[in-house]
Design a protein around this ligand. Structure first.
Ligand code: AMP
Length: 216
């Protein structure tokens, strides 16, 4: 199954992408994670995107598209894949369409997680993650057993630089201006499904699986 996950930052896309990937047994491809990995490894790409990400802006389309093209050339995407955080602009959506045609593949669904604007800032500012295994928590909505420590690794949790208050507002503005219009694009293609992003991660997952015609 080939899925795109849409939704504003803080809607829970990353958490849902991990859950869906494990249910559907397909790779989870997060462009945000890929950029963070480049930053952590200090690659040329990582250096290029560092300041853009820290400001809450979007990495240029050509850079992002090239990275996704490389990723989709790997053999593990044969059984399908979940794109989390891509496409984020009309140009990226058009590029992906063309890439899928070239690959002889077809998008199954664009799932859009719907959540009230007021909740997003709290979701992002309370988000903490494990630098070792990538597990994501929330200080109140999904806390680890011991405050500030990863359940699995015992590692101190960290806050993403771009989840800090200064950056959150810009990320939301970028989403509204450039990414939200993609809902219309996929709706016109007949491939959009909207899923409420509120409730526990498991409830949201159950709704998405139902919408996708999958049962557990
Ligand atoms: P995310 O983890 O999806 O919230 O992405 C974190 C940051 O990475 C974003 O705020 C952007 O700076 C950058 N980024 C991730 N995906 C894309 C994309 N598809 N296009 C442009 N920039 C992106």
């Amino acid at each position: 199954m080939i899925l795109i996950l849409l939704g504003p930052p803080g809607a829970g896309k990353g958490t849902q992408a991990k859950l869906l990937a494990s249910e559907l047994r397909v790779p989870h491809i997060s462009t945000g994670d890929m950029f963070r990995d480049h930053k952590a490894r200090g690659t040329e790409l990582g250096k290029t995107v560092d300041a853009i990400m820290a400001s809450g802006g979007l990495v240029p389309d050509d850079v992002t598209n090239a990275m996704v093209k490389d990723r989709l050339a790997r053999p593990d995407v044969g059984g399908g894949f979940i794109l989390d955080g891509y496409p984020r602009t009309a140009a990226q959506a058009a590029y992906l369409d063309q890439l899928l045609v070239a690959m002889g593949r077809k998008l199954d669904r664009a799932v859009s997680y719907e959540i009230a604007q007021e909740l997003l800032v709290d979701r992002m500012s309370g988000r903490r993650s494990c630098p070792k295994c990538g597990a994501v928590y929330h200080v109140t909505a999904n806390p680890p057993r011991q405050a500030g420590t990863c359940d699995r690794e015992g590692t101190p949790l960290v806050q993403r630089d771009d989840d800090k208050a200064e950056t959150v507002a810009r990320r939301l503005t970028e989403y509204e201006a450039k990414t939200a219009p993609l809902k219309r694009y996929y709706s016109e293609q007949g491939s959009l499904s909207e899923v409420p992003g509120t409730g526990t991660p498991d409830q949201v997952l159950a709704t998405a699986l139902r919408v996708l015609g999958r049962t557990r």
